[in-house]
Design a binder for this molecule. Structure first.
Ligand SMILES: [Zn+2]
Ligand SMILES: [Zn+2]
Length: 100
């Protein structure tokens, strides 16, 4: 089977990118049915984005009762503060995220 470079359009940024003959051979070997939908940059961005996602736990601020999310599992009995209460209290050590 012969493959030639094809120009596809990225569904994320709309940029045209080349689906090279070599990549088509690879897709054919793997029996991937669908053409790639994203350019290299957007694909890389998605991979990076996925890696950055951290588990967030929904909880309620023990100070003001506002709903907030924390990047860790709150320990029972320990106060969890929303961002603004945390800033007000300042000294309490919470998540590394909020301490930044
Ligand atoms: Zn793109
Ligand atoms: Zn609060």
């Amino acid at each position: 089977m012969e493959f030639t470079d094809r120009v596809l359009t990225c569904i994320d940024c709309g940029a045209e990118f080349v689906f090279t003959a070599g990549e088509q051979v690879f897709f054919h070997d793997k029996q991937f049915k669908n053409d790639p939908k994203r350019c290299k940059q957007c694909k890389a961005k998605r991979v990076r984005g996925n890696q950055k996602v951290r588990p967030e736990t929904r909880t309620t601020c023990s100070e003001c009762g506002a709903e907030t999310t924390v990047p860790f599992k709150p320990t029972q009995g320990r106060p969890v503060l929303c961002r603004s209460c945390f800033q007000k209290q300042g000294k309490l050590v919470m998540a590394p995220e909020a301490a930044r």
